[in-house]
Write a new protein. Sequence first.
Length: 58
Amino acid sequence: MDEDRVLVNSDCSGLIKTLEAEGFTAIPVQHRHRRPFGADLHCFTFDTRRSGGAEDYR
C-alpha cells in the first residue's frame, strides 16, 4: 500500500511475522475467492482507478 504498510494473505502467518520483524505493518486479508481466477495479491488488489493519463510501459 505504501512504504510501511503491506497487504498479506492472512493464511501466511510466517510471512506476516517476518514482515513485522522488518518494521512493516502487515495488514492480513482473506482472499480465498481469487484462486479460481488465477491471480494473487498483485492482481487481486490492482487499482482500477488512477489519476493521470494512460502510459505505455513496453
